[in-house]
Design a protein. Structure first.
Length: 243
């Protein structure tokens, strides 16, 4: 009986050590996941800030160019003055709009303006050239959204296609754009998904890329959802589109 009690005691001690070790391991994994998500958010914020900085540098260079032309052309005609003044006013207005969404001012050499909604077709063509089958429907009316909104939409589609290529169970995806001024710009990306890949560690495919998308959408004041069901992964984002 004494040996039985002693054996039972050793079993209980071993069981407690095992459960304690498992709890510590689970807590460590959760902490590491939170750290990865925080790092992904910071990376995305820095990327957004860099884009804003580059665009603002471009706007200001246009203002400087037209102002300099007026300075060296005192004999410019009224029509030329009107055109230059209009260009300065337009660039200044757009720069002020960009400033409202700036999240930082990183250092570095200014680059050309970042891609936007007008470049979406090129993005789809590039994805197809890489071997993907992309069904693309652009239901946006002729009136294009503000540049910063177009850039956000472009980056969401870009990341969504990257996610589909890396974690999808096939090489296909569908991209749908719709919306109108005064309401929202809606983005829907669907691709086949078999429930493996990135879902092992994050609960959904392409976790870090989706964290970056969520950060962009949040900064734009919109909302995003994603889910895997019935053999497909669906990503939906809605961005406010001011009138």
């Amino acid at each position: 009986m004494r040996q039985l009690r002693r054996g039972w005691g050793l079993f209980v001690q071993a069981y407690r050590r095992l459960t304690t070790s498992l709890r510590e391991h689970a807590a460590r994994l959760e902490s590491e996941q939170h750290l990865r998500e925080d790092r992904a958010r910071l990376t995305e914020r820095a990327r957004i800030a860099r884009e804003m900085h580059d665009v603002l540098a471009h706007r200001m260079s246009l203002i400087t160019l037209h102002a300099g032309a007026l300075e060296v052309r005192p004999d410019a005609s009224a029509e030329e003055l009107t055109i230059a003044a209009g260009a300065i006013r337009s660039s200044a207005r757009e720069a002020l709009e960009e400033l409202r969404s700036v999240v930082g001012v990183p250092s570095g050499r200014p680059e050309p303006p970042q891609p936007g909604l007008a470049d979406m077709t090129d993005l789809i063509v590039s994805a197809r050239a890489a071997g993907m089958t992309v069904d693309y429907v652009n239901g946006i009316p002729a009136e294009e959204p503000p540049p910063q909104l177009g850039r956000t939409a472009y980056r969401i589609v870009q990341e969504g296609l990257t996610n589909a290529r890396k974690h999808g169970s096939g090489r296909g995806a569908s991209v749908r754009l719709s919306g109108e001024a005064g309401r929202v710009l809606r983005i829907t990306i669907i691709n086949p998904f078999c429930g493996t890949g990135g879902a092992r560690s994050t609960g959904h495919p392409g976790g870090q890329g989706l964290v970056g998308i969520g950060e962009r959408v949040a900064l734009a004041g919109g909302r995003v959802s994603h889910r895997a069901a019935h053999g497909e992964f669906r990503l939906e984002a809605e961005l406010p589109w001011p009138s």
